[in-house]
Write a protein of this length. Structure first.
Length: 247
């Protein structure tokens, strides 16, 4: 009986000791962020080009109105970096002062998309940039108009010769613009943190919008660092019109 009583006492002491020992581990588990949920898209990782001189050259071009016919608008006019990479308008303004069929898509992280533009009709940043430059409703320029303006600028001429070995030409202008745009990625943005398991990183309205797109495109979803695949396949469901502009 004495041994039995001693055993009961030891058991009674052991349970609280075990609970006390486990408490820090339980608290640590409670404080851990929720594990990432399997999503059809992945958080953005990595970085763009490390060639800072070419990035700076591309940024200069991106902000230069001389890339448009008549020197009236720069790329940054429709893709403002202080307005989430777009122009903040429901419909962008055309070169002739009219209204385009679409608003300007964001330039942030856009280079990671497997298709570019609302219609998904471009595969590379270079291809899209050239189309925008030459579109008579957008930048409305031509290489015959654009290149002489850049070549007559001593600063541009010096920088292009230093970085590309020659005066500005079509290929190198498109390359510099693309390198700058590929540097405009947003790793660890709120939506990336949401995808990593930080469920309160986005607002309830934002989560509702994402889940709506996710459900509508569930049968077409693929793993990618951007949601372009989902949004592009879902666009018809939102009644997006077929644009008159080539871009």
């Amino acid at each position: 009986m004495a041994y039995e009583q001693i055993g009961k006492v030891r058991a009674g002491l052991l349970v609280p000791l075990c609970l006390a020992a486990a408490a820090p581990f339980a608290l640590a588990l409670v404080n851990q962020p929720a594990p990432p949920i399997v999503e059809p898209i992945a958080p953005i990782t990595g970085a763009g080009s490390s060639d800072q001189a070419k990035i700076a050259l591309g940024e200069s071009l991106f902000n230069d109105v001389r890339l448009s016919h008549g020197d009236v608008i720069a790329c940054s006019g429709c893709h403002r970096l202080d307005l989430s990479g777009d122009d903040g308008r429901a419909r962008s303004t055309a070169a002739d002062g009219g209204q385009l069929d679409f608003n300007a898509p964001t330039v942030f992280s856009a280079a990671l998309n497997f298709r570019l533009n609302w219609r998904g009709n471009f595969r590379t940043v270079e291809e899209q940039n050239e189309a925008v430059l030459l579109d008579d409703r957008l930048m409305n320029t031509s290489w015959e108009e654009l290149l002489p303006k850049l070549r007559s600028d001593s600063d541009y001429s010096r920088r292009f010769v230093t970085l590309y070995g020659a005066a500005p030409d079509r290929t190198d202008v498109l390359d510099a613009l693309a390198i700058f745009q590929r540097s405009l990625i947003t790793p660890n943005a709120r939506f990336d943190r949401y995808l990593k398991g930080e469920r309160d990183a986005i607002t309830a309205d934002e989560e509702h919008g994402y889940q709506l797109i996710r459900r509508m495109a569930a049968s077409h979803a693929i793993r990618a660092p951007m949601s372009a695949a989902i949004c592009f396949r879902s666009s018809a469901s939102f009644g997006i019109p077929s644009p008159a502009s080539k871009t």
